[in-house]
Write a protein that binds this ligand. Structure first.
Ligand code: HEM
Length: 447
């Protein structure tokens, strides 16, 4: 269906966590709840209406603290959502992340049998994310959440994960993260890349036209689907010591170690992109939000500056695929709300200390299959699209010790061999974050 392109987003119905950038730095907590009794679950939804934040994106996220709520398919079932409505959700959501493991490359040690309980199991029903610029305000926000689920027999807290973003924005492997984000048309959220036109709102929020000019299939009834979105949540353990040892073994100097690490990501640790600063890190560029994402790849199609196989270039090839393939990158964009968990491994330490640390990867988008699953399976787990079928993402791909990574350079390319896995999936869920009206509909369910 072709529809008009003018959009007026219903900010009062859209949860804040969808469009608002997180404050930087911040602290946060993820909570997972189980609903044992549908009446109690509906009461929870009713209470959450007053707790969950909504509203126009703030130009200054610093003062903000907020709570976001999302439900798994099992959670919607536990609330007693009628079958006709359950059937209207995206098939991948209905199956759940654990059932999609083979497609996603979550096999072997990444497989659901090895996931942290209760992730991927039938008891995860409601996910709450609370975050704030500091721990005092986080406590206040969490207290609001607690009031919603505590002393509510039939609703149980089953998992808690604290997380944070460092003032540098760097995560466990040492790189500044969360830089590249799409702009969303009609939201007032500008693209972090001035060279990328804002993406149609329907790519991220259900009920609005998407990049093809159509309305994506929306869960029914309309009050439930409209202004909602899908959320992917993955706990990804990072093997920081193994990563450091690998680079040390492949490099002949500390400078080369840093360079190889940057080639694998597509950015230096400071965030400076190789596309703009190919020879050396430029921390000033890395921390400048007006410049650190202002680039395309058309002048580097062969990857001499940033390898085609680098993580960030795979995840968003920008204009690099335009000439060779009819891939419309705009159909595969995502809002990311990633965050760190676990203590940082002190600099220079090369031995594993056995402590769990990594990233809680969070995707927000209206199309699980075309956005999250496509990027994960076609671009990160597979190298066919860059003409290197044997190469997976060197940083986050499901490598098994036999993979390689090509770094184009003159006179002869460099190949890093025997890539071990640096990231292990600890578990995750596909969720649906309804608009406030949808939350109210869930609260008002009868039967
Ligand atoms: C532990 C796992 C991961 C780590 C350590 C990681 C790290 C990074 C870093 C350092 C960047 C560059 C900074 C930035 O642009 O924000 C980046 C960019 C990105 N990552 Fe990841 N990432 C991980 C997993 C994933 C996964 C699973 C996906 C998608 C399925 C993904 C999608 C993206 C996207 C879309 C970008 C932005 C690319 C751009 O616009 O240039 N990442 N990641």
């Amino acid at each position: 269906m072709n529809v008009a392109t003018d959009v007026s987003l219903e900010f009062d119905d859209i949860q804040s966590g969808v469009l608002n950038a997180r404050p930087s730095p911040y602290v946060g907590t993820y909570l997972l709840l189980r609903i044992d009794d549908r009446v109690a679950g509906r009461e929870l939804a009713r209470r959450l209406q007053a707790v969950v934040d909504r509203g126009r994106p703030s130009s200054d996220p610093a003062p903000d603290a907020w709570i976001t709520v999302a439900f798994t398919y099992q959670g919607l079932k536990a609330l007693g959502v009628p079958q006709g409505s359950l059937d209207s959700f995206a098939p991948e959501f209905r199956q759940g992340m654990a059932a999609r493991a083979a497609e996603l490359g979550d096999v072997g040690e990444n497989g659901p049998v090895n996931w942290e309980r209760p992730l991927g199991g039938p008891n995860v029903h409601v996910a709450l994310a609370a975050l704030s610029p500091d721990s005092t305000r986080l406590e206040a926000v969490l207290e609001r959440a607690r009031r919603a689920y505590q002393e509510l027999p039939g609703v149980e807290l089953i998992w808690r994960q604290d997380c944070y973003q460092l003032p540098t924005g760097r995560t466990s492997l040492g790189f500044k993260d969360g830089i590249g984000q799409p702009g969303v048309e009609g939201s007032g959220v500008p693209a972090s890349n001035p060279g990328e036109r804002p993406i149609k709102a329907g790519e991220f929020i259900l009920g609005y036209p998407d990049e093809t000019g159509s309305l994506l299939p929306m869960p029914t009834p309309e009050v439930l689907g409209r202004n909602g979105t899908y959320v992917v949540f993955r706990k990804l353990h990072t093997r920081v010591a193994a990563y450091r040892r690998y680079l040390r073994a492949k490099a002949s100097s500390r400078e080369e170690e840093t360079l190889l690490g940057a080639k694998m990501v597509g950015r230096w640790q400071s965030g400076a992109p190789l596309a703009l600063s190919p020879e050396r890190d430029d921390p000033e560029l890395g921390t400048d939000p007006n410049r650190n994402n202002d680039f395309l790849y058309h002048d580097d199609l062969r990857g001499f500056k940033c390898p085609a196989g680098a993580h960030a270039r795979r995840a968003n090839p920008r204009d690099a695929l335009e000439n060779e393939m009819s891939v419309d990158v705009r159909l595969h964009r995502m809002i990311r709300r990633g965050t760190s968990y676990g203590p940082v491994l002190p600099e220079g330490v090369l031995d594993d200390d056995g402590v769990d640390r990594g990233i809680i990867f969070v995707f927000v988008g209206a199309h699980l299959k075309r956005q999250f699953e496509f990027v994960k399976t076609q671009w990160l787990n597979d190298g066919i699209f860059i003409g290197a079928p044997a190469e997976k993402d060197p940083l986050v791909g499901p490598n098994d010790g036999s993979g390689m990574f090509t770094i184009p350079q003159r006179p002869i390319r460099r190949r890093l061999q025997s890539l071990p896995p640096f990231v292990v999936t600890r578990g995750g869920e596909y969720c649906f974050a309804p608009g406030l009206g949808g939350l109210g509909w869930l609260a008002d369910l009868r039967t």
